[in-house]
Each structure stands twice: as structure tokens, then as C-alpha cells.
Design a protein around this ligand. Structure first.
Ligand SMILES: Nc1ncnc2c1ncn2[C@@H]1O[C@H](COP(=O)(O)OP(=O)(O)O)[C@@H](O)[C@H]1O
Ligand SMILES: [Mg+2]
Length: 230
């Protein structure tokens, strides 16, 4: 069953007199358990597409379904619940809270749930262990390397045990070797927990690790098979 389906979505940004067609008639089905890369150069529409899937923004036309629900029909509280329980987010710039340590950063999304402190602790320790940060539980973000910070962000995205994790250029602020270990870790977690991952990148080396690649160009999905047979 598809965890995400985009049906003919378009999004145009207006900047004064000019219009930018960030997404144009994009249709895509993503199955549970995929490790999907969204590739494309800067400005091709990757972030816009991930924001639609993450219910952070709406398309001008077309339909976005996440886990069977048409998100444009959900009420604000239903939408918030979907976002908090079903989707984890990983950002390019890690977005950790500087005054909180590793444990507390990972705990943040769980504070929105009804879980007790004991239940939260079990989940937090499970995912701190899964990303290999057991020795750094009490460290603040500025005491960690870039790769370690992104590991914290990955654990934070997984701690609510979401079905889907969205990562917008998770390796863009890392050197290429560290970036590769981060993608490998995401792949390992995808296989171990069965979590669906959708990540964007413009780094061709990172794409080799994806189970499927969707190529965006000027807001459209370009199908390379058509070019070959065309
Ligand atoms: N809030 C916005 N206002 C105006 N234009 C935007 C906005 N967000 C994105 N765009 C434009 O839409 C296009 C796609 O942007 P984006 O989805 O961020 O691409 P990518 O993530 O692939 O770099 C770009 O031309 C960008 O300048
Ligand atoms: Mg982007």
C-alpha cells in the first residue's frame, strides 16, 4: 500500500510580478518501506515537494495523501496529529536546540505525546543506541561534530516511531565521507525498523544508496526511460 501519493500537484510562488512554478503536475506513489531519493539541482523543487508530503505547505491544485488520508481535507488538529505521530523530520542544518543535551533534544517530539517519563526514556535510549551516541547522552550540540549532530536529529525524527521520515538534504552541511555514513545509517534504520525514508539531495554519490530515485527538473519529474525510447 502507498504511504504517500501525490496526484497531479502544482505549486506556484508569486514574487511581485513574476511567478515561479516550483512544482508542475507532479504525480508520484511511494510505498511503505521505500528508501527514496528526490534528486535535482538547486531550485528544482525538492524542498517544495517534501514540504507538501510533510503537510507543511499545500499545493495550489492536486491531491496529497499520506497514509490514506487526503491531507487537504483534514482539520488543523487532525493535521497536527498526523504530523506529530506519523512523520519525522530531518533538516539540512540539524535544527537542534542549543541549550538542551542529546537526550533532551531527542525527547522533544515525545513531549507532545501522552507517554510517561519512563516510556519516553525507553524510546530515547533505544534510538540513542541505534544511532551510536550512547557516550554522548549529556553533551550539548556545540560539543558534537556535524555528523554527530545529524545523528541526534535522526534519533529525534525516529523517537515517536513514525511510519515516514522526511529528510531535506540531510548531508548538505557535512563533508562527503560523513555524509555517506549518515545515509548508510538512515538505510540501516530503514531496513531495521521498516520506516519509510524520503530524502532529497543534489549529491550524485548519495543516490547510489537509494532504493529508487525521483529526478526533478524545473518542478517536473523527468522520466529518463522516456528519453531513451523517445
Ligand atoms: N517561499 C517562496 N517564495 C518564492 N519562491 C519560492 C519559495 N520557495 C521556493 N521558491 C522557488 O521555487 C523554486 C523551487 O524551490 P525549492 O523547492 O526550494 O527547490 P530546491 O529545494 O530543489 O532547491 C525555486 O525557484 C525557488 O526560488
Ligand atoms: Mg531545497
Amino acid at each position: 500500500m502507498a504511504i504517500v501519493s501525490l496526484v497531479d500537484i502544482s505549486k506556484t510562488y508569486k514574487m511581485g510580478q513574476s511567478e515561479v512554478h516550483a512544482l508542475q503536475n507532479v504525480s508520484l506513489k511511494i510505498d511503505k518501506g521505500e528508501f527514496l531519493a528526490v534528486a535535482g539541482s538547486s531550485g528544482s523543487g525538492k524542498t517544495t515537494m517534501l514540504n507538501m508530503i510533510g503537510c507543511l505547505d499545500y499545493p495550489d491544485s492536486g491531491k496529497v495523501c499520506v497514509d490514506g488520508a487526503d491531507v487537504t481535507l483534514l482539520k488543523p488538529n487532525q493535521l497536527a496529529r498526523l504530523r506529530n505521530r506519523k512523520i519525522g523530520f530531518i533538516f539540512q542544518s540539524f535544527n537542534l536546540i542549543p541549550v538542551l543535551n542529546v537526550y533532551e533534544n531527542i525527547e522533544l517530539p515525545l513531549l507532545l505525546s501522552t507517554k510517561t517519563a519512563k516510556e519516553r526514556e525507553k524510546l530515547i535510549l533505544k534510538f540513542i543506541d541505534a544511532v551510536g551516541l550512547g557516550e554522548h547522552i549529556h553533551h550539548k550540540p556545540d560539543e558534537l561534530s556535524g555528523g554527530q549532530r545529524q545523528r541526534v536529529a535522526i534519533a529525534r525524527a525516529l523517537t515517536t516511531e513514525p511510519d515516514l521520515v522526511l529528510a531535506d538534504e540531510p548531508t548538505a552541511n557535512l563533508d562527503s565521507k560523513t555524509g555517506m555514513t549518515i545515509i548508510d545509517l538512515m538505510l540501516e534504520l530503514n531496513q531495521h525498523f521498516g520506516t519509510t525514508f524520503i530524502f532529497s539531495t543534489h549529491d550524485s554519490k548519495v543516490l547510489e544508496h537509494a532504493s529508487r530515485v525521483v529526478n526533478l527538473e524545473d518542478g517536473r519529474i523527468i522520466n529518463q526511460l522516456e528519453e531513451v525510447t523517445g
